[in-house]
Design a protein around this ligand. Structure first.
Ligand code: ZN
Ligand code: ZN
Length: 347
């Protein structure tokens, strides 16, 4: 089945042609559960990683640019094995329900008790430093517009699956962004270290393959309000007059939900928009990766992909990553140089 994002139900560039110059291309990643390989773009999949390069550790010595103090005490720490085992039980239950099997409503409960016992915290120990988890890997062969084409063809994001108070934004997994030239990697690591314990299961991405798709985005209403206040007021008035209460400017037109690259990034909401400038060269930074807590804004979401017959695709949150209270985690990069540190925000 071939799915694609339907055209926008309302084109705001007709009444407001000045929006056209604010259009940006975004790449929706459409993660779907699968078994990605090192040579493929993925979320939560194995990374192509030089076998002679130390795996980054949070709180460890082996990665000099990546040392954070201890993790929040109130993290909901549990074994990584338990996270995967619990998800397997719930996936089995969902598959039975989907197949129409008549199972009791509490089918999962005794099975969850069994795995909780099997992977009891008592059997695990802290080892000091925490190996980072693979979050995202994107090859230029899948996304032609990856920046720095003369230098790199591979973008990787990892993070430490605990809340951290000493980073920005606080109470988030500590991220590490890497640009690579995959053509110089002759031998890749076979089995990277995994953390035995994780702080939050929401920070453990379930392996997904990607189906990148280009769409056009426009500034969200908070960004417009901050940077083009007159236009923002005119759009508000237009929406009121047209009594467009069946969908919003965002959902009908401006901002795609779900994991994506580029575009206008996530939607400002939990915090007000502010200029994200490079700490090295002061240039305005650009959205690079948006990590989202869901792939759509509910059943009425106009961004849900549709098949050739127009039937909407049903998809929840395949990567099972949740940021805060269903927020978005945004990676910004400096277009001047890959060596300028990325910045991160949550909204
Ligand atoms: Zn950490
Ligand atoms: Zn810069």
């Amino acid at each position: 089945m071939v799915y694609s994002t339907p055209s926008r139900p309302h084109d705001f560039t007709v009444p407001f042609p000045e929006l056209k110059r604010l259009a940006r291309s975004a790449i929706r990643l459409h993660p779907r559960n699968g078994s990605p390989q090192q040579q493929e773009s993925s979320i939560g999949g194995p990374l192509l990683w030089p076998s002679d390069e130390p795996w980054p550790l949070c709180g460890g010595e082996s990665h000099p640019t990546f040392q954070f103090p201890s993790h929040q005490e109130f993290n909901f720490e549990e074994p990584l094995d338990l996270v995967y085992a619990r998800r397997a039980v719930l996936a089995e239950r969902d598959a039975k329900v989907a197949a129409g099997e008549d199972i009791p409503s509490d089918w999962a409960i005794p099975r969850l008790e069994v795995v909780k016992e099997r992977y009891s915290m008592a059997n695990y120990q802290h080892h000091g430093a925490t190996p980072l988890l693979p979050v995202l890997q994107v090859y230029r062969s899948d996304v032609l517009d990856l920046p720095f084409p003369d230098q790199y063809d591979l973008l990787q994001l990892l993070w430490c699956p605990y809340d951290h108070t000493d980073i920005h934004p606080p109470y988030n997994p500590a991220p590490l962004l890497i640009w690579r030239d995959s053509t110089v990697i002759n031998s890749s690591i076979e089995s990277p270290p995994l953390p035995s314990l994780v702080g939050l299961d929401n920070y453990v991405p379930e392996p997904c393959v990607l189906e990148p798709e280009e769409v056009t985005e426009y500034p969200d209403d908070r960004e417009l309000e901050a940077n083009q206040p007159d236009l923002s007021t005119q759009i508000d008035t237009y929406i009121d007059k047209a009594a467009m209460d069946e969908f919003s400017y965002i959902d009908a037109f401006a901002s795609a939900p779900g994991w994506k690259l580029f575009g206008h990034g996530g939607e400002w909401g939990a915090i007000d928009p502010y200029p994200i400038d490079c700490h090295t060269c002061d240039s305005p930074m650009q959205p690079l990766i948006t990590v989202d807590s869901a792939e759509s804004n509910g059943n009425d979401c106009t961004w849900r992909r549709r098949d050739e017959d127009g039937a909407p695709e049903h998809v929840g949150n395949p990567p099972q990553v949740v940021i805060g209270r269903w927020y978005q985690f945004q990676v910004f990069y400096c277009p001047s140089s890959a060596t300028h540190s990325p910045r991160y925000e949550m909204y």
